[in-house]
Design a protein around this ligand. Structure first.
Ligand code: FCB
Length: 465
């Protein structure tokens, strides 16, 4: 393998997956004893979600999970990343467990096992039980303790049936979009509160890690962080300093406490610490050894202090979210992390793009998505060639779903979802991914035929690689 290799060639042990999260796909918002979460409340609040939609039905995955697992299997992947809705298994976020809720995840795990797909479970993908929000949510330090109890219970029940358990998904978003600018639930716009929330999220991560270790869960334990590099828009000292600050407040803010037991000085200097309560001992709790680190990568930060700011060059264009497509940023990020931290094995737990997909004649021609995945996989491969220990890649997302405050307007899936009928259609990118994964895993080509592809298409999608 050379550094400029344009052929994808991953080790046979590499994990190939797709990812989802509970609120975005499950629906069944108030069925079988599930309690409301902050995203139920938020999405039912007028003006919060662009298309005024909510998660009541979503992809109806709660009822269609078996069909969905069959579809996952048809992609030839050997791993599936999903999250547990805390309020489904513990309606109030503390106290009684809901057996019917656990039963759902148990059925899902059975079905995954039947298909030889390993399960990668996330405990918190943003859907805090509303009952805990009513007591202050993540601003209340007690929420961290409740989270640890929930984590221990899930690990006790499922720790031998899943490959990995991640405490949080993207605490940066929970803090900065949930509390910093109000774009996400619970919709608070108070940057100082966001800092406190980020600290409680980190604390809850550390307490949950300890609680799960105590039940001796065989699963590998870690956390999933969304990360980016920060490129200064120019060589000006202002832009360079602003980019360094952006990296400190976003990436190092979450990495340093976990790996170094402190917050980054550069970020701390810039904040009002009078309303930011951190106990010295908290870092002993937060700095727990990880079995793996999940990295979610979508774009880089392009940092300009000019007015108006200089936009990112976006030489490869932007996605339907308006996010710059910048695959080499993933290589740069992984190398930067390796240079600074003692890293455990890494999974790319999310990477993908939204596109304004349409069904035409039963097909979805999303060639830009295929190119997005291919180029980002090359970026991962390049980082691996330079010594970064990456064990797997999960495309975001298995299927189109509820994209938070964008509702159903943004489509990230490998599967197209017609929300009126709940029909799923494999997009061209799904066919390509299935072919690639089959080839990388050394599966018999016959695997692709389960997709019902015309043979010519099956051949040409694989021949690309
Ligand atoms: C990530 C989230 C995921 C999805 C993608 C597009 O930030 O973890 O749920 O919304 O972005």
């Amino acid at each position: 393998m050379s550094m400029n290799n344009t052929t994808l060639q991953f080790p046979p042990s590499f994990t190939w997956g797709v990812a989802t999260s509970a609120f975005q796909i499950e629906g069944a918002a108030a069925i079988d004893g599930k309690g409301p979460s902050i995203w139920d409340t938020f999405s039912h609040t007028p003006g919060k979600v662009i298309d005024a939609s909510n998660g009541d039905v979503a992809c109806d995955h709660y009822h269609r999970y078996a069909e969905d697992v069959d579809l996952i299997a048809s992609l030839n992947v050997n791993a599936y990343r999903f999250s547990v809705a805390w309020s489904r298994v513990q309606p109030d976020g503390q106290g009684a467990w809901n057996e019917l809720g656990f039963d759902f995840y148990s059925r899902l795990l059975d079905k995954l096992r039947e298909k030889n797909i390993t399960a990668h479970l996330t405990l918190y993908h943003w859907d805090l039980p509303q009952a805990l929000q009513d007591q202050g949510g993540w601003l209340n330090r007690d929420t961290a303790t409740h989270f640890a109890a929930y984590a221990a219970e899930v690990a006790r029940r499922f720790g031998a049936r899943v490959a990995t358990i991640a405490t949080h998904n993207e605490p940066w978003c929970s803090a900065n979009l949930g509390y910093g600018n109000g774009q996400f639930a619970p919709g608070v716009a108070d940057p100082v509160a966001a800092l406190q929330v980020s600290h409680h999220l980190l604390l809850s991560h550390g307490l949950a890690m300890q609680a799960m270790r105590a039940v001796k869960a065989p699963a590998k334990l870690g956390i999933v962080l969304n990360q980016w590099t920060a490129t200064p828009a120019s060589d000006s000292p202002e832009d360079i300093a602003a980019a360094a600050h952006e990296y400190a407040r976003s990436v190092q803010w979450f990495m340093d406490p976990i790996f170094k037991g402190r917050y980054p000085e550069l970020a701390l200097k810039a904040i009002d610490q009078s309303r930011f309560t951190v106990f010295e001992n908290d870092f002993n709790d937060i700095q727990q050894p990880l079995d793996f680190l999940g990295v979610n990568y979508y774009f880089r930060a392009f940092v300009s202090t000019a007015t108006p700011p200089v936009p990112a060059p976006a030489q490869l264009g932007v996605s339907d979210m308006g996010w710059e497509i910048y695959p080499q940023g993933l290589t740069e990020l992984l190398l930067a992390l390796k240079a600074e931290y003692e890293l455990p094995p890494i999974y790319i737990t999310e990477n993908g793009m939204a596109e304004a997909d349409r069904i035409e004649g039963g097909r979805v021609h999303d060639s830009r998505r295929t190119e997005y995945v291919r180029s980002h996989l090359l970026a991962v491969q390049s980082a691996m060639e330079q010594g970064v220990d990456v064990r797997g890649y999960f495309y975001w997302s298995l299927m189109d779903n509820f994209e938070w405050n964008s509702g159903y307007a943004k489509r990230f899936g490998l599967l197209y979802v017609d929300y009126a009928t709940q029909r799923r259609t494999l997009k061209d990118s799904a066919l390509w991914y299935a072919g690639l994964v089959a080839q990388q895993r050394g599966l018999q080509r016959a695997a692709t035929s389960t997709l019902g592809l015309p043979p010519a298409l099956a051949t040409s999608t694989i021949a690309e690689e």
